[in-house]
Design a protein around this ligand. Structure first.
Ligand SMILES: Nc1nc2c(ncn2[C@@H]2O[C@H](COP(=O)(O)OP(=O)(O)OP(=O)(O)O)[C@@H](O)[C@H]2O)c(=O)[nH]1
Ligand SMILES: [Mg+2]
Length: 484
């Protein structure tokens, strides 16, 4: 169904203008609209009396938009409405935005409440919209009011009924909105997220050079030859639907130069990914395959807990590519394909927890527990961990518009801080990203965030491998000593 506000004619720019004139945070709720409810004085009063502050907006056939604001309720008592805050206004004239405010000059008769009349401003009819019932013809309501007293109770500042309203009450619509205090609850996210002047994390510039440089670095990346490892294995782990497969798809798209979706992604009740995949990424520019493998796993679910031993096997490199996850029979040493003597190159070198940034307040306890249990196995092995915080476009509308504002968004910063706390990781290890999901073309800002995250992860993987080599050397050295 069409949301109610789809029928509202008053656009955001004009709303913002009215809010500025009203002078305090407020939002609009449509009470009455003649094209929807019929143009009749009793209907107007039935819908608008006693509703507090309202704004009446007329749209005439010359494409001019004008009306009046009262901070006091309409009534049907046949009395004047005293309102020092009232004003008449013009928003648009002959199709062009041209806002003017006309403040009340005689507050005692800012409006008239009378059930024979529609909205009526001023004792001698500064703006008298209609009386009785008006039928439309060809989508036009020929309102029977007038501007006979325009300037009587409101300061016109040299304007007149022609320059305000083409002296016309031939309207396609008339709307009355209730003005409610505070920001629009439907837009609280927008209100809660503000753009900070200074970025909360230092980042290279969001420009093409940065994206190209990061790409080059990743194409040239390779584990130290001393390690004997051909590619860094990065494990993607997290709740179902968090965006693990989308992350691989996004990386793949960036190096392909166009949007691709090799890994299945989407929203289903159970994890869409059921097979363990160690994905390679090919840079189509150079024809080279990156020395980074993204290992995509089955999503964590509340009802299907992953056997902690299974995660140990994944970390240690016992689990083969394309292993079919089976929640009712976890991977064991007996499972077909079990890799018995994994080399350092088979192991996981860095883990990326992929977490949905838009739902961090409601991560189920059972999922958190599973992740914590996994973390302790990673910590035992000294495997570095990062967080890819996804879907931040859903947290901050500014980021949705422009991914380059990620590090200026207060809402994103909050989400990052919170998740760093929950995961017990330094803030700098939480990497805010936005995956490609509905886009059809690449966006340099999205690329930079993803490439930057991937680069940092690869660097962490390097640290781990280096440490492992040192450890092996030390152990071997130790061994020799013992033999001596
Ligand atoms: N708005 C938005 N949507 C995203 C983002 N990342 C992923 N999605 C969407 O989230 C849904 C789930 O994404 P997947 O990549 O399938 O998630 P997954 O973690 O692989 O899920 P499972 O394999 O089922 O565990 C898809 O509809 C994606 O399009 C993001 O950054 N922003
Ligand atoms: Mg998946």
């Amino acid at each position: 169904s069409i949301p109610e506000n789809m029928t509202e004619l008053l656009n955001q720019i004009y709303r913002d203008q009215l809010v500025t004139w009203i002078g305090k945070p407020c939002h609009f709720r449509l009470l009455y609209k003649i094209s929807r409810d019929g143009c009749s004085a009793p209907t107007f009063h039935q819908k608008c009396d006693g509703q507090g502050a309202t704004v009446t907006v007329l749209y005439n056939t010359n494409n001019s938009i004008y009306g009046g604001y009262l901070s006091q309720s309409w009534n049907s008592n046949a009395t004047y409405i005293n309102d020092p805050n009232a004003f008449l206004f013009r928003l648009q004239y002959n199709g062009s935005s041209n806002p003017l405010k006309f403040p009340v000059s005689n507050a005692a008769c800012a409006g008239i409440g009378n059930d024979s009349y529609g909205p009526l401003f001023g004792s001698s009819h500064d703006m008298y919209t209609f009386s009785g019932t008006i039928n439309s013809s060809g989508g036009v309501f020929s309102l029977n009011g007038n501007f006979d007293g325009l300037g009587g109770c409101y300061s016109l500042n040299g304007q007149n009924s022609a320059s305000v309203a083409n002296n016309s009450l031939q309207v396609t619509d008339l709307e009355v909105y209730q003005i409610k205090g505070g920001p629009d609850p439907n837009k609280t996210k927008m209100a809660e997220s503000s753009l900070l002047d200074k970025p909360w994390r230092k980042l290279p510039k969001f420009k093409a050079e940065t994206a190209n440089k990061l790409k080059e670095e990743l194409v040239d990346y390779g584990p130290d030859s001393e390690t004997g490892v051909t590619a860094a294995n990065i494990l993607l782990i997290g709740q179902i639907g968090a965006g693990k497969s989308s992350f691989f798809n996004s990386v793949n798209s960036i190096f392909r130069g166009k949007i691709t979706s090799k890994a299945r992604s989407g929203s289903f009740e159970h994890s869409l990914t059921t097979v363990y995949r160690k994905y390679n990424v090919k840079d189509h520019n150079s024809g080279k395959t990156l020395k980074i493998r993204l290992c995509d796993t089955r999503g964590l679910e509340e009802e299907f807990t992953i056997d902690p031993q299974e995660i140990s096997h994944i970390l240690d490199g016992n689990v083969p590519d394309r292993y079919q996850f089976n929640p009712s029979a976890p991977f064991t040493t007996e499972t077909f394909g079990f890799i018995r003597n994994p080399h350092l190159g088979d192991r996981i070198h860095c883990v990326a927890f992929v977490l949905d940034g838009s739902t961090i307040d409601v991560i189920p306890e059972k999922i958190l527990k599973q992740m914590k249990a996994m973390q302790s196995r990673m910590n035992q092995r000294n495997i570095p961990q990062v967080v890819y915080l996804t879907k931040l476009d859903k947290v901050c509308p500014m980021v949705e518009e422009h991914a380059g504002l990620m590090f200026h968004s207060s809402a994103v910063r909050e989400a990052v801080d919170k998740i760093a706390d929950v995961m017990g990781l330094p803030r700098g290890f939480v990497l805010p990203i936005k995956n490609y999901e509905s886009e059809t073309i690449l966006d340099q800002n999205i690329d930079i965030l993803i490439l930057k995250a991937l680069k940092q992860t690869a660097d962490f993987a390097d640290d781990y491998m280096e440490e492992q080599v040192e450890k092996m050397v030390a152990e071997n050295g130790q061994g020799r000593k013992e033999k001596e």
